[in-house]
Ligand binder design. Structure first.
Ligand SMILES: [Zn+2]
Length: 341
């Protein structure tokens, strides 16, 4: 039995020399010194030996076991090292390869226009003033000279909340009341950008939510000429130095007098085309001198102070600049559209 043990020992060691993977190594372990391995099974048969041979066999058995276990550990270590070497060689990072392209986002076309508008008015001394999207009926209509029965309200139907008298603003004009009440009696020069909401049919020209930029200047001796100069300067900075301006009389409840601000068509330069509907002019803003009632509601004495206000849609400006024909693209979230800007 001792010879058998020595033979097994030699055979196991020579088999182990050919083992070079984890799987082969675990197989080898199971066949030799595992719980049911041949060496283990042989050692259990020690009781079959005559008493006097048992100590010698036991000693040798122990040596064989220790030797095989050490060989097993050594082979396991070699396999691991070889594996690591392989990974280092074939999985190495080649720093000379070009990097992977990471898609970056970009600003929405309306946001790009908005930022240009901020920059232009900032250079003319206007601060950006933010006011809430959710408004009271009082701020959105009444304090802007539109009492509950006023017919102009029909043009500005909106979304209502559960709370009576609390609505989504239909224009940025309630910000005028907030700004005046905050700054009174100091002079004011602010623009009021923000989202506005109207309950109306969605079409190529109208959506239920849209950006607006309001402007407000209040002080001493402010006249319609200041409004005209400000609007002309703005249009020339945003649409090109050669732009011509015109004012048309109009009506808004919160300005008196009220005007529509037009500039010559940027596409046909006044000759007439489909974009300007063959008029040669494009409307870019509604404006006027702040109504005395509104000034008073903001805390300013209309006999001492005067002011002008204007409102424009940056989405509309963006459509003109990029010849976009459908306002619904702005909210369609279609990358094919957005990636062009
Ligand atoms: Zn035109």
């Amino acid at each position: 039995m001792l010879d058998q043990l020595n033979q097994m020992h030699a055979a196991a060691l020579s088999e182990l020399a050919n083992v070079d993977t984890d799987e082969a190594l675990s197989d080898w372990y199971a066949q030799t010194i595992g719980r049911k391995g041949e060496v283990t099974l042989l050692l259990r048969r020690v009781g079959e030996l005559p008493k006097e041979e048992r100590p010698a066999f036991g000693r040798r058995a122990n040596e064989v076991k220790v030797s095989l276990e050490a060989a097993y550990e050594e082979t396991a270590r070699q396999i691991k090292a070889a594996e690591l070497e392989k990974q280092l060689r074939y999985g190495a990072l080649d720093v000379t390869l070009p990097g992977r392209w990471i898609p970056t986002g970009r600003l929405h076309p309306t946001t790009q226009t908005l930022r240009e508008i901020y920059a232009i008015f900032a250079e003319m001394g206007f601060q950006v003033y933010l006011s809430p999207d959710v408004e009271t009926d009082e701020n959105n209509f009444q304090l802007l000279n539109m009492p509950p029965h006023h017919p102009a309200r029909d043009m500005w139907d909106t979304f209502y909340t559960d709370q009576e008298g609390v609505i989504l603003r239909t224009h940025t004009s309630p910000g005028q009341i907030h700004a005046m009440r905050e700054f009174c009696p100091e002079p004011i020069r602010v623009i009021l950008p923000g989202m506005c909401y109207r309950y109306e049919q969605i079409s190529v020209r109208a959506d239920i939510q849209f950006q607006q930029v309001e402007g407000l200047a209040v002080g001493h001796n402010i006249t319609l000429a200041d409004l005209k100069g400000t609007m002309a300067e703005f249009a020339r900075r945003l649409f090109g130095a050669e732009r011509k301006m015109r004012f048309r009389s109009s009506h808004f409840p919160f300005t008196e007098p009220s005007v529509e601000v037009d500039m010559d068509c940027i596409l046909c330069r006044g000759d007439g085309c489909a974009v300007c509907k063959y008029a040669g002019w494009l409307e870019i803003a509604g404006a006027g001198m702040v109504h005395p009632v509104v000034l008073r509601n903001g805390g300013y004495d209309p006999d001492v102070f005067s002011g002008f206000a204007f409102g424009m849609g940056p989405a509309r400006s963006t459509m003109l600049r990029h010849s976009i024909t459908d306002i619904r693209h702005f909210w369609a979230n279609d990358l094919r559209f957005l990636e062009q800007f």
